[in-house]
Design a protein around this ligand. Structure first.
Ligand SMILES: [Mg+2]
Length: 438
Protein backbone atom coordinates (compact mmCIF):
# COMPACT_ATOMS: atom_id res chain seq x y z
CA UNK A 1 0.00 0.00 0.00
CA UNK A 2 1.29 3.45 -0.90
CA UNK A 3 1.47 6.58 1.17
CA UNK A 4 -1.68 7.67 3.00
CA UNK A 5 -3.67 10.70 1.91
CA UNK A 6 -6.21 12.04 4.34
CA UNK A 7 -8.48 14.90 3.27
CA UNK A 8 -10.34 17.33 5.49
CA UNK A 9 -13.21 19.29 3.98
CA UNK A 10 -14.66 22.18 5.92
CA UNK A 11 -17.42 24.46 4.69
CA UNK A 12 -16.51 28.15 4.95
CA UNK A 13 -18.55 30.09 7.52
CA UNK A 14 -21.25 27.50 6.89
CA UNK A 15 -24.27 28.97 8.72
CA UNK A 16 -23.65 32.54 7.56
CA UNK A 17 -22.84 31.39 4.01
CA UNK A 18 -26.13 29.43 3.93
CA UNK A 19 -27.98 32.63 4.86
CA UNK A 20 -26.11 34.62 2.21
CA UNK A 21 -26.85 31.94 -0.39
CA UNK A 22 -30.61 31.96 0.14
CA UNK A 23 -30.96 35.70 0.92
CA UNK A 24 -28.97 37.35 -1.86
CA UNK A 25 -29.25 40.86 -0.38
CA UNK A 26 -26.85 39.64 2.33
CA UNK A 27 -24.20 38.28 -0.01
CA UNK A 28 -21.57 40.98 0.53
CA UNK A 29 -22.70 41.98 4.01
CA UNK A 30 -21.61 41.16 7.55
CA UNK A 31 -23.98 38.53 8.89
CA UNK A 32 -24.16 37.11 12.40
CA UNK A 33 -26.19 33.97 13.05
CA UNK A 34 -27.46 33.38 16.56
CA UNK A 35 -29.86 34.56 19.21
CA UNK A 36 -30.29 38.01 20.68
CA UNK A 37 -30.85 37.12 24.35
CA UNK A 38 -28.43 38.28 27.05
CA UNK A 39 -26.57 34.95 27.05
CA UNK A 40 -26.71 34.32 23.29
CA UNK A 41 -23.52 33.41 21.48
CA UNK A 42 -22.60 33.70 17.82
CA UNK A 43 -23.31 30.44 15.98
CA UNK A 44 -21.93 31.74 12.69
CA UNK A 45 -20.26 34.84 11.31
CA UNK A 46 -19.77 35.75 7.66
CA UNK A 47 -16.28 36.68 6.50
CA UNK A 48 -17.48 40.28 6.16
CA UNK A 49 -18.25 40.21 9.91
CA UNK A 50 -15.01 38.40 10.80
CA UNK A 51 -13.04 41.32 9.36
CA UNK A 52 -14.27 43.29 12.38
CA UNK A 53 -13.23 40.58 14.84
CA UNK A 54 -16.60 38.83 15.22
CA UNK A 55 -16.22 35.07 15.69
CA UNK A 56 -18.26 31.94 16.29
CA UNK A 57 -18.82 31.16 19.99
CA UNK A 58 -18.30 34.83 20.95
CA UNK A 59 -21.07 36.44 23.04
CA UNK A 60 -23.52 38.03 20.59
CA UNK A 61 -23.38 41.36 22.46
CA UNK A 62 -19.63 41.55 21.99
CA UNK A 63 -19.88 40.64 18.30
CA UNK A 64 -22.49 43.33 17.72
CA UNK A 65 -20.33 45.96 19.42
CA UNK A 66 -17.44 44.97 17.15
CA UNK A 67 -19.65 44.96 14.08
CA UNK A 68 -22.67 47.18 14.75
CA UNK A 69 -23.88 47.18 11.14
CA UNK A 70 -24.10 43.36 10.96
CA UNK A 71 -27.39 41.72 10.08
CA UNK A 72 -28.29 39.36 12.94
CA UNK A 73 -30.39 36.32 12.06
CA UNK A 74 -31.63 33.34 14.06
CA UNK A 75 -30.19 29.97 13.02
CA UNK A 76 -32.25 27.94 10.51
CA UNK A 77 -31.10 24.38 11.18
CA UNK A 78 -33.64 22.91 8.80
CA UNK A 79 -31.82 24.69 6.00
CA UNK A 80 -28.31 23.89 7.28
CA UNK A 81 -29.14 20.20 7.67
CA UNK A 82 -30.46 20.01 4.12
CA UNK A 83 -27.31 21.65 2.74
CA UNK A 84 -25.15 19.46 5.00
CA UNK A 85 -26.75 16.28 3.71
CA UNK A 86 -26.04 17.42 0.14
CA UNK A 87 -22.40 17.99 1.08
CA UNK A 88 -22.11 14.59 2.78
CA UNK A 89 -23.67 12.83 -0.22
CA UNK A 90 -21.03 14.33 -2.49
CA UNK A 91 -18.31 13.21 -0.08
CA UNK A 92 -19.76 9.70 0.30
CA UNK A 93 -19.75 9.38 -3.47
CA UNK A 94 -16.12 10.50 -3.61
CA UNK A 95 -14.87 8.23 -0.83
CA UNK A 96 -16.30 5.20 0.99
CA UNK A 97 -14.04 6.03 3.94
CA UNK A 98 -15.69 9.11 5.36
CA UNK A 99 -15.84 10.47 8.88
CA UNK A 100 -18.21 13.41 9.33
CA UNK A 101 -17.05 15.34 12.38
CA UNK A 102 -19.73 17.99 12.47
CA UNK A 103 -22.55 19.36 10.37
CA UNK A 104 -20.08 21.04 8.01
CA UNK A 105 -16.80 19.12 8.07
CA UNK A 106 -15.53 15.63 7.43
CA UNK A 107 -12.39 13.58 6.98
CA UNK A 108 -12.01 11.38 3.93
CA UNK A 109 -9.46 8.79 2.99
CA UNK A 110 -10.25 7.89 -0.62
CA UNK A 111 -8.81 4.43 -1.32
CA UNK A 112 -8.16 5.62 -4.87
CA UNK A 113 -5.58 8.08 -3.54
CA UNK A 114 -3.44 5.54 -1.63
CA UNK A 115 0.06 6.05 -3.01
CA UNK A 116 -1.01 8.92 -5.28
CA UNK A 117 1.23 11.88 -6.12
CA UNK A 118 0.56 15.34 -4.66
CA UNK A 119 -0.54 16.50 -8.13
CA UNK A 120 -3.12 13.72 -8.35
CA UNK A 121 -4.42 14.59 -4.88
CA UNK A 122 -4.61 18.23 -5.94
CA UNK A 123 -6.80 17.32 -8.91
CA UNK A 124 -9.03 15.08 -6.79
CA UNK A 125 -9.54 17.82 -4.20
CA UNK A 126 -10.22 20.50 -6.80
CA UNK A 127 -12.96 18.33 -8.27
CA UNK A 128 -14.36 17.64 -4.80
CA UNK A 129 -14.63 21.36 -4.09
CA UNK A 130 -16.28 21.94 -7.44
CA UNK A 131 -18.76 19.10 -6.82
CA UNK A 132 -19.66 20.47 -3.38
CA UNK A 133 -20.21 23.90 -4.86
CA UNK A 134 -22.35 22.49 -7.67
CA UNK A 135 -24.49 20.53 -5.19
CA UNK A 136 -24.93 23.36 -2.68
CA UNK A 137 -23.83 26.71 -4.14
CA UNK A 138 -21.49 27.03 -1.17
CA UNK A 139 -17.70 27.30 -0.85
CA UNK A 140 -15.67 24.64 0.94
CA UNK A 141 -12.01 24.50 1.81
CA UNK A 142 -10.03 21.29 1.57
CA UNK A 143 -6.74 20.28 3.13
CA UNK A 144 -4.80 17.11 2.40
CA UNK A 145 -1.83 15.45 4.06
CA UNK A 146 -0.46 12.19 5.42
CA UNK A 147 -2.78 12.18 8.47
CA UNK A 148 -5.80 13.79 10.06
CA UNK A 149 -3.91 16.49 11.96
CA UNK A 150 -2.13 17.69 8.84
CA UNK A 151 -5.29 17.59 6.73
CA UNK A 152 -7.16 19.64 9.33
CA UNK A 153 -4.36 22.20 9.64
CA UNK A 154 -4.13 22.39 5.84
CA UNK A 155 -7.84 23.09 5.40
CA UNK A 156 -7.56 25.81 8.04
CA UNK A 157 -4.63 27.37 6.17
CA UNK A 158 -6.52 27.08 2.88
CA UNK A 159 -9.51 29.12 4.06
CA UNK A 160 -11.54 30.71 2.70
CA UNK A 161 -12.57 28.86 -0.44
CA UNK A 162 -9.16 27.29 -0.91
CA UNK A 163 -7.17 24.10 -1.27
CA UNK A 164 -3.87 23.10 0.30
CA UNK A 165 -2.19 19.77 -0.35
CA UNK A 166 0.80 19.19 1.93
CA UNK A 167 3.24 16.78 0.27
CA UNK A 168 5.34 14.63 2.64
CA UNK A 169 8.48 16.69 1.96
CA UNK A 170 6.65 19.92 2.89
CA UNK A 171 5.30 18.74 6.24
CA UNK A 172 8.01 20.27 8.42
CA UNK A 173 7.94 23.52 6.49
CA UNK A 174 4.15 23.81 6.97
CA UNK A 175 3.89 22.58 10.57
CA UNK A 176 7.12 24.03 11.94
CA UNK A 177 6.24 27.73 12.27
CA UNK A 178 2.69 27.18 13.62
CA UNK A 179 2.00 27.82 17.31
CA UNK A 180 1.98 24.64 19.44
CA UNK A 181 -1.62 25.41 20.28
CA UNK A 182 -2.62 24.42 16.73
CA UNK A 183 -1.93 20.78 17.61
CA UNK A 184 -4.83 18.68 18.82
CA UNK A 185 -4.54 18.00 22.49
CA UNK A 186 -2.51 21.08 23.32
CA UNK A 187 -4.79 22.97 25.67
CA UNK A 188 -4.01 26.09 27.68
CA UNK A 189 -2.17 24.11 30.43
CA UNK A 190 0.14 22.20 28.08
CA UNK A 191 0.68 25.41 26.11
CA UNK A 192 1.71 27.32 29.23
CA UNK A 193 4.11 24.52 30.22
CA UNK A 194 5.69 24.50 26.77
CA UNK A 195 5.96 28.30 26.73
CA UNK A 196 7.82 28.16 30.06
CA UNK A 197 10.45 26.02 28.36
CA UNK A 198 10.61 28.51 25.49
CA UNK A 199 8.76 26.16 23.15
CA UNK A 200 6.28 28.21 21.11
CA UNK A 201 6.08 26.52 17.72
CA UNK A 202 5.33 23.00 16.51
CA UNK A 203 8.84 22.91 15.05
CA UNK A 204 10.35 23.65 18.46
CA UNK A 205 8.24 20.89 20.03
CA UNK A 206 9.34 18.45 17.32
CA UNK A 207 12.98 19.29 18.07
CA UNK A 208 12.61 18.62 21.83
CA UNK A 209 14.09 15.55 23.39
CA UNK A 210 11.35 12.96 23.91
CA UNK A 211 12.27 12.46 27.59
CA UNK A 212 11.87 16.18 28.14
CA UNK A 213 8.41 16.06 26.53
CA UNK A 214 7.47 13.11 28.75
CA UNK A 215 8.58 15.02 31.83
CA UNK A 216 6.39 17.95 30.90
CA UNK A 217 3.28 16.32 29.45
CA UNK A 218 3.35 12.75 30.73
CA UNK A 219 4.34 9.67 28.76
CA UNK A 220 1.09 8.98 26.88
CA UNK A 221 0.16 12.51 25.81
CA UNK A 222 3.80 13.53 25.44
CA UNK A 223 4.50 10.69 23.03
CA UNK A 224 1.36 11.42 21.01
CA UNK A 225 2.01 15.16 20.74
CA UNK A 226 5.67 14.68 19.92
CA UNK A 227 4.66 12.34 17.09
CA UNK A 228 2.02 14.79 15.80
CA UNK A 229 4.56 17.63 15.91
CA UNK A 230 6.84 15.57 13.70
CA UNK A 231 3.98 14.88 11.29
CA UNK A 232 3.49 11.25 12.40
CA UNK A 233 -0.24 10.61 12.62
CA UNK A 234 -1.66 7.19 11.83
CA UNK A 235 -5.06 7.60 13.44
CA UNK A 236 -7.66 6.06 11.17
CA UNK A 237 -10.44 7.90 9.40
CA UNK A 238 -13.38 6.09 11.00
CA UNK A 239 -15.73 4.97 8.26
CA UNK A 240 -18.96 6.93 8.39
CA UNK A 241 -18.20 8.40 11.80
CA UNK A 242 -19.82 5.30 13.16
CA UNK A 243 -21.05 4.91 16.71
CA UNK A 244 -18.65 4.35 19.59
CA UNK A 245 -20.34 1.04 20.35
CA UNK A 246 -22.72 -1.47 18.82
CA UNK A 247 -25.30 -3.14 20.98
CA UNK A 248 -28.46 -5.21 21.14
CA UNK A 249 -30.89 -5.83 23.95
CA UNK A 250 -34.18 -7.53 24.54
CA UNK A 251 -36.90 -7.50 27.17
CA UNK A 252 -38.57 -10.81 27.93
CA UNK A 253 -42.31 -11.41 28.09
CA UNK A 254 -41.79 -13.57 31.15
CA UNK A 255 -38.73 -13.21 33.37
CA UNK A 256 -35.96 -15.75 32.74
CA UNK A 257 -35.10 -17.87 35.75
CA UNK A 258 -32.94 -20.65 34.29
CA UNK A 259 -29.25 -19.97 33.66
CA UNK A 260 -29.43 -21.94 30.39
CA UNK A 261 -32.09 -19.55 29.11
CA UNK A 262 -29.97 -16.56 30.14
CA UNK A 263 -26.99 -18.05 28.28
CA UNK A 264 -29.07 -18.50 25.14
CA UNK A 265 -30.36 -14.95 25.32
CA UNK A 266 -26.83 -13.58 25.82
CA UNK A 267 -25.65 -15.57 22.80
CA UNK A 268 -28.44 -14.16 20.64
CA UNK A 269 -27.77 -10.57 21.75
CA UNK A 270 -24.03 -10.99 21.17
CA UNK A 271 -24.76 -12.29 17.70
CA UNK A 272 -26.99 -9.31 16.91
CA UNK A 273 -24.38 -6.82 18.16
CA UNK A 274 -21.70 -8.75 16.27
CA UNK A 275 -23.62 -8.36 13.00
CA UNK A 276 -23.49 -4.58 13.46
CA UNK A 277 -19.81 -4.80 14.36
CA UNK A 278 -19.01 -6.65 11.15
CA UNK A 279 -21.19 -4.32 9.10
CA UNK A 280 -19.25 -1.34 10.44
CA UNK A 281 -15.97 -2.98 9.40
CA UNK A 282 -14.58 -2.88 12.92
CA UNK A 283 -13.39 -5.04 15.80
CA UNK A 284 -14.21 -4.72 19.51
CA UNK A 285 -12.06 -4.82 22.63
CA UNK A 286 -14.73 -4.34 25.30
CA UNK A 287 -17.76 -6.51 25.97
CA UNK A 288 -20.46 -5.21 28.33
CA UNK A 289 -23.44 -7.19 29.54
CA UNK A 290 -26.40 -5.39 31.05
CA UNK A 291 -28.97 -7.28 33.09
CA UNK A 292 -32.19 -5.93 34.52
CA UNK A 293 -33.83 -7.95 37.24
CA UNK A 294 -37.51 -8.57 37.83
CA UNK A 295 -37.51 -5.72 40.37
CA UNK A 296 -36.01 -3.32 37.77
CA UNK A 297 -32.53 -3.18 39.30
CA UNK A 298 -30.01 -2.87 36.47
CA UNK A 299 -26.44 -4.06 36.74
CA UNK A 300 -23.71 -4.32 34.16
CA UNK A 301 -20.35 -6.01 33.86
CA UNK A 302 -17.55 -5.22 31.41
CA UNK A 303 -14.39 -6.86 30.27
CA UNK A 304 -11.73 -5.38 28.04
CA UNK A 305 -9.30 -7.58 26.15
CA UNK A 306 -5.79 -6.62 25.08
CA UNK A 307 -6.62 -7.05 21.42
CA UNK A 308 -9.71 -6.16 19.46
CA UNK A 309 -11.65 -9.11 18.12
CA UNK A 310 -14.26 -9.91 15.49
CA UNK A 311 -14.53 -13.54 16.63
CA UNK A 312 -18.16 -14.24 17.52
CA UNK A 313 -17.29 -17.33 19.58
CA UNK A 314 -14.74 -15.49 21.70
CA UNK A 315 -17.02 -12.49 22.23
CA UNK A 316 -19.92 -14.77 23.19
CA UNK A 317 -17.79 -16.68 25.73
CA UNK A 318 -16.83 -13.39 27.41
CA UNK A 319 -20.44 -12.17 27.41
CA UNK A 320 -21.73 -15.40 28.96
CA UNK A 321 -19.05 -15.34 31.64
CA UNK A 322 -20.02 -11.74 32.49
CA UNK A 323 -23.71 -12.65 32.54
CA UNK A 324 -23.10 -15.39 35.16
CA UNK A 325 -21.76 -12.84 37.61
CA UNK A 326 -24.44 -10.26 36.81
CA UNK A 327 -27.58 -12.39 37.04
CA UNK A 328 -29.67 -11.49 40.06
CA UNK A 329 -31.89 -13.60 42.28
CA UNK A 330 -35.47 -13.89 41.22
CA UNK A 331 -35.36 -13.65 37.44
CA UNK A 332 -34.10 -11.58 34.54
CA UNK A 333 -36.29 -9.10 32.75
CA UNK A 334 -33.88 -7.62 30.20
CA UNK A 335 -30.52 -8.56 28.73
CA UNK A 336 -28.29 -6.33 26.65
CA UNK A 337 -24.88 -6.88 25.13
CA UNK A 338 -22.72 -4.08 23.80
CA UNK A 339 -19.37 -4.16 22.03
CA UNK A 340 -17.13 -1.13 22.42
CA UNK A 341 -13.49 -0.12 22.25
CA UNK A 342 -13.96 -0.32 18.49
CA UNK A 343 -11.01 -0.26 16.14
CA UNK A 344 -10.87 -0.44 12.41
CA UNK A 345 -10.78 -3.89 10.95
CA UNK A 346 -9.73 -4.19 8.22
CA UNK A 347 -7.71 -0.96 7.95
CA UNK A 348 -9.78 1.81 6.36
CA UNK A 349 -7.70 2.05 3.21
CA UNK A 350 -8.66 -1.55 2.41
CA UNK A 351 -12.31 -1.01 3.19
CA UNK A 352 -13.78 -0.59 -0.24
CA UNK A 353 -17.38 -1.30 -1.15
CA UNK A 354 -18.14 -3.69 -3.97
CA UNK A 355 -17.87 -2.07 -7.39
CA UNK A 356 -21.02 -0.20 -8.28
CA UNK A 357 -22.39 -0.27 -4.75
CA UNK A 358 -24.36 2.84 -3.90
CA UNK A 359 -22.95 4.90 -1.06
CA UNK A 360 -24.84 4.32 2.17
CA UNK A 361 -26.61 7.22 3.82
CA UNK A 362 -24.33 9.15 6.12
CA UNK A 363 -25.14 9.96 9.72
CA UNK A 364 -24.34 13.59 10.36
CA UNK A 365 -23.78 14.48 14.01
CA UNK A 366 -26.45 16.77 15.36
CA UNK A 367 -25.41 20.36 15.91
CA UNK A 368 -25.11 21.40 19.54
CA UNK A 369 -27.57 24.25 19.18
CA UNK A 370 -31.22 23.57 19.91
CA UNK A 371 -33.59 23.24 17.01
CA UNK A 372 -35.55 26.41 16.30
CA UNK A 373 -39.16 26.15 17.39
CA UNK A 374 -41.62 27.80 15.04
CA UNK A 375 -44.42 29.18 17.10
CA UNK A 376 -47.45 29.81 14.99
CA UNK A 377 -48.96 32.71 16.86
CA UNK A 378 -45.96 34.73 17.92
CA UNK A 379 -45.46 38.08 16.19
CA UNK A 380 -43.13 38.30 13.22
CA UNK A 381 -39.44 38.21 14.09
CA UNK A 382 -36.35 39.03 12.03
CA UNK A 383 -35.31 36.15 9.80
CA UNK A 384 -38.74 34.47 9.63
CA UNK A 385 -39.49 32.83 6.30
CA UNK A 386 -42.74 34.08 4.80
CA UNK A 387 -44.71 33.81 1.61
CA UNK A 388 -47.09 36.17 -0.14
CA UNK A 389 -49.40 35.27 -3.05
CA UNK A 390 -48.18 38.19 -5.20
CA UNK A 391 -44.55 38.53 -4.16
CA UNK A 392 -43.51 34.95 -3.47
CA UNK A 393 -41.01 33.80 -0.84
CA UNK A 394 -39.23 36.24 1.44
CA UNK A 395 -37.81 36.85 4.88
CA UNK A 396 -38.63 39.30 7.62
CA UNK A 397 -36.07 42.08 7.83
CA UNK A 398 -37.72 43.92 10.65
CA UNK A 399 -40.95 44.06 12.60
CA UNK A 400 -42.54 46.23 15.22
CA UNK A 401 -45.25 48.81 15.88
CA UNK A 402 -47.77 46.73 13.97
CA UNK A 403 -45.66 46.67 10.79
CA UNK A 404 -43.45 44.06 9.20
CA UNK A 405 -40.86 44.59 6.47
CA UNK A 406 -40.22 41.65 4.17
CA UNK A 407 -37.41 41.18 1.65
CA UNK A 408 -38.75 39.03 -1.19
CA UNK A 409 -35.93 36.89 -2.53
CA UNK A 410 -34.60 33.35 -2.73
CA UNK A 411 -31.34 31.78 -3.86
CA UNK A 412 -32.17 32.12 -7.56
CA UNK A 413 -33.87 35.52 -7.65
CA UNK A 414 -30.90 37.78 -6.95
CA UNK A 415 -31.33 40.65 -4.48
CA UNK A 416 -35.02 41.30 -3.97
CA UNK A 417 -37.21 44.23 -2.99
CA UNK A 418 -38.28 45.05 0.54
CA UNK A 419 -41.95 45.78 1.18
CA UNK A 420 -43.74 46.77 4.33
CA UNK A 421 -47.08 45.35 5.45
CA UNK A 422 -49.39 45.52 8.41
CA UNK A 423 -48.23 42.80 10.80
CA UNK A 424 -51.66 41.17 10.60
CA UNK A 425 -51.92 41.24 6.79
CA UNK A 426 -53.74 37.95 6.08
CA UNK A 427 -51.88 37.47 2.79
CA UNK A 428 -48.57 37.10 4.62
CA UNK A 429 -48.05 33.55 5.91
CA UNK A 430 -45.20 31.53 7.41
CA UNK A 431 -43.16 29.48 4.95
CA UNK A 432 -40.80 26.52 4.92
CA UNK A 433 -37.18 27.73 5.20
CA UNK A 434 -36.24 25.20 2.49
CA UNK A 435 -38.29 27.23 0.00
CA UNK A 436 -35.51 29.85 0.17
CA UNK A 437 -33.26 27.34 -1.67
CA UNK A 438 -35.39 27.60 -4.82
MG1 LIG B 1 -16.74 25.18 8.85
Amino acid sequence: MGARWVLHLDMDAFFAASEQLTRPTLRERPVLVGGLGPRAVVAGASYQARVFGARSAMPMGQARRLCPHAVVLPARFTLYKELSSRVMSVLAEASPVLEPVSIDEAFLEPPALAGASAAEVERFCARLRADVRAATGLPASVGAGSGKQLAKIASELAKPDGLLVVAPDQEREVLGPLPVRSLWGVGPVAEAGLHKLGVRTIGELAAMDLREVHGLLGTAIGTELHRLARGVDDRPVAPRGAAKQVSAETTFDTDLTAMAAVHDAVARMTEAAHRRLVASGRAARTVTVKVRSADFTTSSRSETAGLASTDLGALTTVAQRLARSAVPEGGVRLIGVSLAGLTDDPPPALFEPAAGAAPEPVEVPEPDQPEEQPIADRPWGPGDDVTHPDHGHGWVQGAGHGRVTVRFETRSTGPGRARTFAADDPELTRADPLASLA
